[in-house]
Design a protein around this ligand. Structure first.
Ligand code: NAP
Ligand code: MG
Length: 401
C-alpha cells in the first residue's frame, strides 16, 4: 500500500537537475508514495512561454498549500537569452518566489562520516540564514570628484533631519544604505520559527558596537520579537536565542561542534554561507529552505542546474551527478507536509529515505564528486542511475524492517 498525502507544490526546473528530478521521482518516490503535487513547470522555456507568470502562480500556490519543493532553475543572462531565444531577461525565479513569500533562506549541509569537514571540531550541521533585503545590495553610491561636504538628509512628515557624513579635502567615494523595519521583523520571525521547527539554538550576529543605530536596530528588533512572541516557546523546546558581535560569532562558529542556526545580515550571510558550505565539503551536499514569517516552506538544493554535466548528458554520456541535495529537498517537503497533517507514515518515509541515502554513502557507494572528496580506497564511484538504485535497495530493506 502506498503512503497517501495531501498535496504540495512541485516546481520543475532546468538542465541536469530536471533529468535528476524525474529519475528521483520514478526511482525513490512514486513506487512508495501516492504523490500528490500541484505541478508548475519552471523550466526556462515554459517561463518564457508564460511571460514568467508560472513562477508567480507557483509562489501563490505555496501560500495556499504551505509547502513546496523546487528543482534548480536557470537564471537567464545574455548568453541564455540567445540560447533559448527568450523574449526578455526574466528575473531569477528564486528572487520572485522570495519576494512573494517575504521569506528567509536557510542553508544546511548534509553530513556523512565519510566526508570530513575541514574544521575538525564540527560534528553537526551549521545552518546559515541570510537576511535578503537591503544593506549594500540596495545601496546608492557616488564618486566624489574633489573637495566638498557630504550630508545624509531625510525628508519626513515632521520635517528634515541632516547629518554630516564627511568634509572631503580631495576625491573619494560615498555610499548610503538603508533597511526597513518590516523586513527586519519578517527576517527575525522566520529565524525564530525555523529554530523552533528544527529545535536548534539560534544565534544572531551584527556589529552594533560600531553601527549603533543601523545594526543596533537589527539587534533591538530581534530581542523585541523574541521577548514578545517566542521566549516561552523556546523555553519549552529547550533551545536558546543569543546575540553576539559578528567577529565573536565567527570565532565561536569555528570552535563549535555545530548543531545551531546562525542568522546574519545580508553581506555577512553572502560571505559566510560560501565559507560554511566549502568548509563542510561540497555544494552538492547543501540543502536550502525558504521560510516565510507566515510559516510557508519551500525546499530546494543549494546548487544550480549543473550545466557542465548536462552538456555531457546531451551527448549521450552517463553522468555522475550527485542527487543527494535534490532528494533531501523532497524529503524536507514531505516531512513538513507529514508534520503539518499529523501524517506519521509520510514523515517516517522521509526519514527512511534520508537514512537510505546516508547509509549508501557510508557503505562506500557514491557519486564521483564525493568519491574525490573522501578518497577512501574502498569507495565505488557510480553514475547517477546506479547510485539511485543502490539507495533504492537500502530504502526497500528499511521499509521491510
Ligand atoms: P552549479 O549548477 O551549481 O554547478 C557548478 C559546478 O559544481 C558543477 O559544474 C559541478 O562541478 C559542481 N556541482 C554542482 N552541483 C553538483 C551536483 N549535484 N553533483 C555533482 N557536481 C555538482 O552552478 P553553475 O554551473 O554556476 O550554474 C548553472 C546554472 O544554474 C546557471 O544557469 C544558474 O543560473 C543556475 N543556478 C540556479 C540555482 C537555483 O536554482 N537555486 C542556484 C545556482 C545556480 P564539476 O563540473 O567540476 O563536476
Ligand atoms: Mg556569495
Amino acid at each position: 500500500m502506498k503512503i497517501r498525502m495531501k498535496p504540495i507544490v512541485e516546481m520543475d526546473g532546468d538542465e541536469m537537475t530536471r533529468i535528476l528530478w524525474q529519475e528521483i521521482k520514478e526511482t525513490l518516490l512514486l513506487p512508495y508514495v501516492e504523490l500528490e503535487t500541484e505541478y508548475y513547470d519552471l523550466g526556462l522555456p515554459n517561463r518564457d512561454r508564460t511571460d514568467d507568470q508560472v513562477t508567480l502562480e507557483a509562489a501563490r500556490a505555496i501560500k495556499r498549500l504551505q509547502v513546496g519543493v523546487k528543482c534548480a532553475t536557470i537564471t537567464p543572462n545574455a548568453q541564455r537569452m540567445e540560447e533559448y531565444g527568450l523574449k526578455q531577461l526574466w528575473k531569477s525565479p528564486n528572487a520572485t518566489i522570495r519576494a512573494e513569500l517575504d521569506g528567509t533562506v536557510f542553508r544546511t549541509p548534509i553530513l556523512t562520516d565519510r566526508i570530513k569537514p575541514y574544521v575538525r571540531g564540527w560534528k553537526k550541521p551549521i545552518t546559515i540564514a541570510r537576511h535578503a533585503y537591503g544593506d549594500v545590495y540596495k545601496a546608492v553610491e557616488l564618486p566624489v570628484p574633489g573637495p566638498g561636504t557630504a550630508e545624509l538628509v531625510f525628508k519626513g512628515e515632521a520635517g528634515e533631519t541632516r547629518q554630516e557624513v564627511y568634509s572631503f579635502k580631495g576625491p573619494g567615494v560615498l555610499q548610503a544604505m538603508h533597511n526597513r523595519e518590516d523586513s527586519i521583523e519578517a527576517f527575525a520571525r522566520s529565524c525564530f520559527a525555523y529554530a523552533l521547527q528544527e529545535k536548534q539554538d539560534l544565534w544572531f550576529s551584527a556589529k552594533d558596537t560600531i553601527s549603533k543605530i543601523y545594526d543596533g536596530r537589527f539587534r533591538e528588533v530581534f530581542q523585541r520579537i523574541f521577548d514578545a512572541e517566542f521566549a516561552e516557546a523556546f523555553r519549552q523546546a529547550g533551545i536558546t536565542y543569543f546575540y553576539t558581535l559578528i567577529d565573536d560569532a565567527v570565532a565561536r562558529v569555528i570552535r563549535s561542534e555545530g548543531g545551531f542556526i546562525w542568522a546574519t545580515k545580508n553581506y555577512d550571510g553572502d560571505v559566510m554561507s560560501d565559507m560554511i558550505s566549502t568548509a563542510f565539503g561540497s555544494l552538492a551536499m547543501m540543502t536550502s529552505v525558504l521560510v516565510s514569517p507566515h510559516g510557508w516552506y519551500e525546499y530546494e538544493a543549494a546548487h544550480g542546474t549543473v550545466t557542465r554535466h548536462y552538456r555531457k548528458w546531451q551527448q549521450g554520456e552517463k553522468t555522475s551527478t550527485n542527487p543527494i541535495a535534490t532528494i533531501f529537498a523532497w524529503t524536507g517537503a514531505l516531512r513538513r507536509r507529514g508534520e503539518l497533517d499529523g501524517n506519521k507514515a509520510l514523515a517516517e518515509f522521509s526519514a527512511g529515505l534520508e537514512n537510505a541515502c546516508l547509509d549508501t554513502i557510508e557503505a562506500g557507494a557514491m557519486t564521483k564528486d564525493l568519491a574525490a572528496l573522501c578518497g577512501d580506497p574502498d569507495v565505488r564511484s557510480l553514475n547517477t542511475g546506479d547510485f539511485l538504485q543502490e539507495i533504492r535497495g537500502r530504502l526497500e530493506a528499511g521499509l521491510q524492517a
